[in-house]
Design a protein around this ligand. Structure first.
Ligand code: F0G
Length: 463
């Protein structure tokens, strides 16, 4: 009997298939990315998405408690007894009228999907449960990733919780925020600081993993992306199973955008949604590869026949000019996104768009998110800055329903917030000049006072 799940090359000229239990990450035949693929006709999938809500009543079952595996029929690559779950995906979709106003939207129409609520503080836990489950299926003992910080935090957390797996973290030296570095260190990950940036670390981790047979946890791994599809299932659930008009997401290595597109296409194929939201991917101007390739150089999915020469030429140009990604949104400081082609597929399937926002726009949007009572790290706020930009352009109408993904928690990078609100003069310059940030429009300056009751009361009364 043929398998119900397998791995398949995304290149339509190739379409090579591989057993689900193989460890590959790229197609052996043509080098393109792989998908997890399913024989949906022979699998049993609920007839309606609201059937998944029943699992809220059976949360003592760890699979039903998980915000990822309670949708397991939509990512059926693993038997239940192989699933590795530690309670990921307990996140929330929240309306944010103040942020809506900032973005120029109807106050009831903008929602923030707060993935910072995951136990390691970012959306990565959704993907890690998928990848660790596959690692468990193939009995991996060592796992590795390159990271701008969140992938490593999540991977080290899972490895520590399991106790039987060693985690190797590759990071660019000085390139990750302390909130993230402290996690990898605390959780006991072997942390290798490479003299280079994320793109260098990504290349090295692939070489090392291949040579030593270590299981790779970056989002090249199709099972990571299977887990990240659940972010969209929870968004739909939060909206009463009505697809929004737009999903806006920061773009770094382009795993999320790739996973979201796959989720929507599959749901539509299965007849579980009748509208596909448009996905907007937001780059920082300091790490703008996708934006340049799509908007500047006209690259397209083109039925899977992506013109590789456009990518090669652009990367050769980056090399020749020694251009490196530079953005205060360190999570997305990436110039060679590994999931580029899958993201092009998402743009095609969802009539998606790509935009760039400056680091100053990111920080202002982050302050507005903070003022709504949810904290996010800089990269996450790119989604809100992107919503505002798309609204300004008129591409998003004021009464459309928009979901911005807040990918990581505010405490991942407290320096960014504290400097934004309290640094002045030289200290401000030192923190931000290199990123082109000149102003903090929504600064909430702490007030210095002498330890004197009358003066303190004066400050309080004046506020
Ligand atoms: N937001 C945050 C907070 C991230 O940590 C990342 C990626 C992204 C957005 C971009 O997501 O790669 O799916 O486009 N962080 C990776 C890491 C690269 O190593 O933690 P993407």
């Amino acid at each position: 009997m043929p398998d119900l799940a397998w791995q398949q090359c995304i290149n339509p000229q190739c379409r090579a298939t591989y057993d689900i239990a193989q460890v590959l990450h790229k197609c052996d035949k043509c080098g393109n990315l792989l998908d997890a693929a399913y024989d949906w006709e022979r699998l049993s999938v609920p007839h309606s998405l609201d059937e998944f809500e029943r699992r809220w009543a059976t949360r003592r079952n760890p699979l039903d408690f998980s915000g990822v595996w309670r949708f397991r029929e939509l990512m059926p690559f693993a038997p239940d007894n192989k699933v590795v779950s530690i309670g990921e995906g307990q996140t929330q979709l929240r309306r944010a009228p103040g942020v809506a106003q900032y973005a120029g939207l109807d106050p009831a129409r903008l929602h923030l999907q707060y993935e910072g609520m995951n136990f390691s503080g970012s959306f990565k836990d959704n993907g890690m449960t998928g990848a660790f489950t596959h690692a468990n299926m193939v009995s991996a003992r060592r796992v590795a990733c390159a990271s701008t910080g969140n992938t490593s935090a999540s991977m080290a957390s899972f490895a520590a919780a399991l106790g039987s797996i060693r985690a190797f973290v590759f990071i660019g030296s000085g390139k990750i925020a302390y909130g993230k570095l402290c996690q990898a260190l605390d959780y006991g990950g072997v942390t290798i600081q490479i003299d280079g940036d994320f793109d260098d670390a990504m290349e090295r981790v692939q070489q090392v993993s291949k040579q030593l047979g270590i299981y790779l946890m970056n989002s090249l791994n199709p099972f990571r992306l299977e887990g990240q599809k659940a972010i969209m299932y929870r968004v739909l659930e939060g909206l009463g199973w009505q697809p929004p008009d737009w999903v806006i997401v920061p773009g770094g290595n382009l795993g999320n955008s790739s996973a979201f597109g796959k989720a929507f296409v599959e749901l539509e194929q299965l007849g579980l949604i009748n509208k596909i939201p448009r996905v907007a991917i937001i780059n920082s101007t300091g790490a703008r590869t996708l934006s340049e390739l799509v908007n500047g150089r006209g690259i397209e999915w083109n039925g899977g026949n992506v013109d590789d020469s456009i990518i090669d030429e652009y990367y050769a140009y980056l090399d020749a000019e020694n251009i490196r990604a530079v953005t205060l949104a360190s999570a997305i400081e990436i110039n060679r996104p590994v999931n580029l082609k899958k993201a092009l597929r998402t743009l095609d399937f969802t009539r998606g768009v790509v935009r760039e926002v400056t680091d100053e726009e990111i920080l202002d949007a982050k302050a507005k998110v903070g003022a709504s009572g949810i904290g996010c790290e800089p990269a996450s706020a790119a989604s809100v800055a992107g919503a505002r930009k798309l609204r300004d352009e008129g591409l998003i109408a004021p009464d459309e329903t928009v979901v911005c993904i807040l990918t990581g928690h505010q405490l991942k990078d407290p320096n960014a917030a504290v400097n934004y609100h309290s640094a002045r003069g030289e200290a401000f310059e030192q923190a931000f000049a290199k990123y082109g940030v000149k102003n903090a429009r929504f600064r909430n300056m702490p007030v210095q006072t002498p330890n004197d009751l009358d003066r303190i009361i004066e400050v309080v009364e004046k506020a």
